[in-house]
Ligand binder design. Structure first.
Ligand SMILES: NC(=O)c1ccc[n+]([C@@H]2O[C@H](COP(=O)([O-])OP(=O)(O)OC[C@H]3O[C@@H](n4cnc5c(N)ncnc54)[C@H](OP(=O)(O)O)[C@@H]3O)[C@@H](O)[C@H]2O)c1
Length: 336
């Protein structure tokens, strides 16, 4: 049984906690509370053990049962999943190293790549086996790596050009935007292309990005040059459909936007109503000689959740990548 602690219980942390609770080979030892809020209130109602980052007065006054400090939590864990805002994971790494030399740590995509081995389960699980520090790459990088890897395995890729249309913020966030603007990322390439190469170093990827006023999902428009001619639209659709954590969606069924994808996820009764699969539109995929075009939607809050579960197993030395992915898919009710 892998004993798991979660530091940071926001958008990602609360989802990873729910996912850990579904795993028969994992025990959720507890989560940390940084301040009192409704998310911590729900964790308390669910009976999840809560450990304080600092002073417990505010938590106790609000009826939160505090089991101890973050150090008490970490002392009883084999692995910590750090889900704090970007840059805090790097800061926490020192605490983990100095106080708990045997603790394995999983970080999120907001951290820089030098914090640990970059991870996307279906691309490089084995390379991350037994690593002390693993970084589950960002939602966008995970989305790009999943589909590009599935294509590259069958039809080696020469190069990729992608434009990312990024959501302004998450649905529960009220302090960020934009509300009425499109913000171009003027850094070229945007950081996503180089980040994909931390997982798939042999694929040349150049990305540009804009941020738009939406909260539901990101969209990626990709243009992929294959090394050889020969792939057909039908073959590529089939290769994507038969890959893990990728879903082909049909505009003929009425799914013509990210809004309908998220409504579809709720109708399907997915885990937490999330869409952990990367959704590729069948109609929007085309092959022209060696060039392949497609569009995909990424549910930023959740595509990295199954990756965190597999990263825990990889860090703990569970050798069978396919088996880990299968267990995670089954417990989180992913398609395959
Ligand atoms: N949101 C996404 O869509 C998304 C997708 C993929 C990857 N990521 C990455 O995942 C990480 C977490 O993002 P998030 O969106 O889940 O952030 P979030 O919703 O802001 O949650 C962060 C959590 O960390 C807590 N926290 C803040 N400062 C802390 C500290 N010093 N020590 C311990 N806990 C602290 C926060 O508590 P308080 O609320 O009480 O401050 C909150 O519970 C980031 O690296 C991000 O880039 C995010």
């Amino acid at each position: 049984m892998y004993r798991v602690g979660i530091v940071g219980y926001g958008t990602v942390g609360k989802r990873v906690a729910d996912a850990v609770l579904k795993q028969s080979d994992m025990e959720l030892v507890g989560i940390t509370a940084h301040s009192y809020n409704y998310k911590i209130g729900v964790a308390n109602e669910k009976g999840i053990p809560i450990y304080a980052i600092s002073d417990i007065t505010e938590l106790s006054e609000n009826g939160i049962m505090v089991k101890g400090s973050i150090k008490n939590l970490l002392a009883n864990c084999d692995v910590v999943v750090d889900c704090t805002p970007k840059k805090i994971g790097k800061y926490n790494q020192e605490t983990y190293y100095n106080n708990f030399p045997n603790l394995k740590a999983i970080y999120q995509g907001g951290e820089k790549a030098d914090i640990g081995a970059s991870f996307v389960a279906q691309c490089n699980y084995r390379e991350c086996l037994n690593q002390k520090n693993i970084r589950v790459v960002s939602c966008n990088t995970t989305g790009l790596a999943r589909t590009l890897h599935a294509i590259d395995k069958k039809w080696p890729i020469q190069r990729v050009r992608a434009t990312l249309i990024r959501r302004g913020t998450d649905p529960g966030e009220i302090k960020r935007g934009p509300i009425n603007a499109i913000i171009p990322c003027l850094e070229l390439p945007s950081h996503h292309g180089p980040d994909v190469r931390t997982v798939l170093p042999h694929i040349e990827v150049f990305t540009t990005a804009v941020v738009v006023p939406t909260t539901l999902m990101h969209m990626h428009n990709l243009s992929v040059d294959l090394k050889e001619k020969g792939a057909t639209k039908e073959d590529v659709i089939e290769a994507l459909r038969s890959s893990n954590r990728i879903r082909i969606v049909k505009s003929s069924s009425g799914i013509v936007s990210t809004a309908q994808i998220m409504d579809y996820a709720k109708d399907l009764g997915t885990f937490r109503g999330d869409m952990m699969d990367i959704c590729v539109w069948e109609k929007g995929l085309g092959v022209h000689g060696k060039e392949l075009f497609f569009m995909q939607a990424v549910h930023q809050e959740s595509d990295i959740v199954p990756e965190n579960i597999d990263a825990i197993r990889a860090a703990m030395g569970f050798e069978n990548a396919e088996e880990s992915i299968k267990m995670t898919n089954e417990t989180l009710r992913l398609r395959r």
